[in-house]
Design a binder for this molecule. Sequence first.
Ligand code: ZN
Length: 286
Amino acid sequence: MAATIAAMAFTLANVEGRAALVRDGAWFDVERASAGTISSDPMLALRVPDALHALDARLSELTADGSVADVVLGPPVPRPRNSYGIGLNYRSHAAESNMELPENPLVFTKFPSCIVGPTSDIELRTETGDYEVELVVVIGTGGRDIPEADAWEHIVGVTCGQDISDRRLQFSAKPPHFDLGKSRDTYGPIGPVLVSTDQFEDPTQIDLSCTVNGEARQSDNTRNLIFTVAQLVAYLSSISTLATGDLIFTGTPEGVGAASKNYLKPGDVIVSTVQGVGTMTNRCLG
Ligand code: ZN
C-alpha cells in the first residue's frame, strides 16, 4: 500500500513570474525546490496541488531563495482563463446600492487582462473609481456540473482581490455593462499570495476589510455572503466548465465609495486584507 502524504497547507506566490512557495517570510522557487518536477509557471503549478503539498512538507529541509520582503510579488494567478465577478452578494452592499437582492447570482466578467499584483498601481483614468475588497476563490480541479457539496474540493485556494470599478463607465449603458466598468487595465489586483483552503479552520467564514488612506471603509465576514462560494461554483459550473486557475471574485460588503460619493483620487492608498491571506497595498494614479 502506498504511503499517504498528510495534506499540508501551502502558500503560493508569484516571484518575477515564477511560482514560489512561501513559509515564514521566505520564498522557495518551486521548480528549483522540486528539482524540476513542478513547473515554474504559476498557472501550471496550480494543476498539481498534491505535489505542492508534498513539497511544502519538505521546505524545512531546503534553503530558501530569498525573503518575500525583498521582492515585488506578482498576482498569484497571473493568467486566469476566465475571471468571474459576483455583484450584490452581501445584503449590506445591496442595501447601500439601493438595489434589490438578486434572485440568482449577478455574474459579470472581470477581463483577465485587468489582473495585476498585490502592490501594483491602479491607473484610475476616471473621477468615479471605486474600491471593493473581495474574497477571490481559485479553481483547482476544473469541472462541469459540480455539485454544491463537492465545490470546495474544486477550489485550490483563496486570495484577496480588489474589484476596482469605474462607476460612470459601469452605468454608462442601459442595462449597465458591469464587465467594462470593472475591467479597465490594472483594475483587478489580487494577492499577496494564494493560500490553500485547508489552511482555514472554516473557509466559509473569513474576515475581509479595506481601508483608504488609513481610514476604515469596509469590514465583514464571508459568512454573510448571499450566495455562498459552494453555490457560486455549482451555479457557474452548470453553465460554463470551470478550469484550473479560473477566478471568482465573490462580491463585496458595504462601504464602497459610490454609496458615500467618496470616489478614489490620484494618490489614494487602498489597503485590502483577507484574514489568513494577508494584505495588498495599491496606490492610485490619475
Ligand atoms: Zn465586486
